[in-house]
Ligand binder design. Sequence first.
Ligand code: HEM
Length: 459
Amino acid sequence: MTPPQHGSFEQRGQNAPAGNRQVEGRFGFMFKDLDPFSPPDELLRSLAATMQQPAPNPVTQFDNPDTPAGYTFFGQFVDHDLTFDPVSQLGKEQDPKGLKNFRTPVYDLDSVYAGGPRVTPRLYDGAKLRLDHHDGLEDLPRKDDGAADIGDPRNEENAIIHQLQIAFIKFHNAVVDHVAASGTPAGELFAEAQQLALRHYQWAVLTDFVPRICGQDVVDSVLKKATGNAPIRADLRSYKPKKVPFMPVEFSVAAYRFGHSQIRPGYKLTDTTGGVFFQPEASETNLNGFRPLHPSRLLHWQHFFDIPGSTTVPQRSMRIDSKISFPLFHLPFGGPPASLAERNLLRGKALRLPSGQAVARAMGFQPLSNAALGMSDDQGWDGQAPLWFYVLKEAELQHGGTRLGEVGALIVAETLVGLLAQNRDTFFRLDPGWKPVPPIAASEGTFGVGDLLAFATRS
Ligand code: HEM
């Protein structure tokens, strides 16, 4: 089978002309008046090379004490729910308005539900999503060519997001049982369960994931408190869609790729098993994806999240900093370059991102100089840094890599909270007073990713 390619940039060419930065498509600019930053490719490649952590890593030194390792993959999962650019080409400047976002920038879990039971009935068994079995384990349904039959093929890209996809399917199915037990008629089960599952997911993003990454203070500065039954609103300084919500390239091509620095070179899966994250060739003991689940890659969630009732302390994610784990310099899919750091930096240039300092200034922050960021004084930088690198180094300098710094946090919080506020179908608009309650939540108003997994896997 030919595995689907994550971020497969040469799959389809797109000759979008560089044009007006004011226009919004599904992708658009948050900072429409800033100039693109276009340093020479050679400089970007040499910066990428400095970002590799030595192998083998002195792992614990780079551990983020505040964040269990599973949030890296929850972050990747949220990314796949909201954004996908399979068409832009590296080495060619591109206008984001000409890019199509193949995911809706909406928290609708289209990566899990695909088209729903009417449009994609093969993925469903009544109101429930279908799971198959492989090697005695519950696994994703597969097509004839062996590829997982799921809403977003990227959710099988590594063994951990693969199992998160299974967990979300099980969460939906557990919610179906829950609403059925409360007497919901069969014909309404799917819609009722889907709405409830989506609200819990959105709640976990808002109250567990975003504060952990950006800081509760930044989330509070972006959220406007609801009064009565009025929709919850966001106070957005930089992300201001003109008509419909779009995916800002400053988020998808730079700030939100902070997650790449959280990835560990390897993971403990259970009390007795572990695996190297990626290797050029798939083996039983590495976590390369796009293949059926195998007992050697089966994980226990208590090693990834704080799970209610478990005393296991989960391994940590890596700090958000300018160092990237060595397996990500040898990606086992897509065309060259095999280095994710190099791809991110070249992609930022191809999509005509402004520099980190320009964005900091536009947000009203005092920019960090290239010397402070530890960059070379090569004239080609023109005293500026690529936005992705700036966001990573800023997190390192301002918070020791435990969370994003001021520029990165505001881009991420404004986008993630802004999309919740601007989409018509979230509880922000539909039911602003809604709160998760037991038995799905541990207690009223408390629901994080650990609770979601506990409910999904309850027997
Ligand atoms: C866990 C393993 C991960 C791998 C192997 C991975 C790999 C990749 C690759 C190869 C690309 C395309 C790069 C390019 O050519 O431009 C990409 C894009 C991206 N990644 Fe990751 N990634 C991972 C995790 C994450 C995490 C944890 C986050 C955020 C929390 C993240 C955020 C993104 C974003 C926002 C994009 C752009 C998506 C789009 O619009 O197409 N990734 N990733």
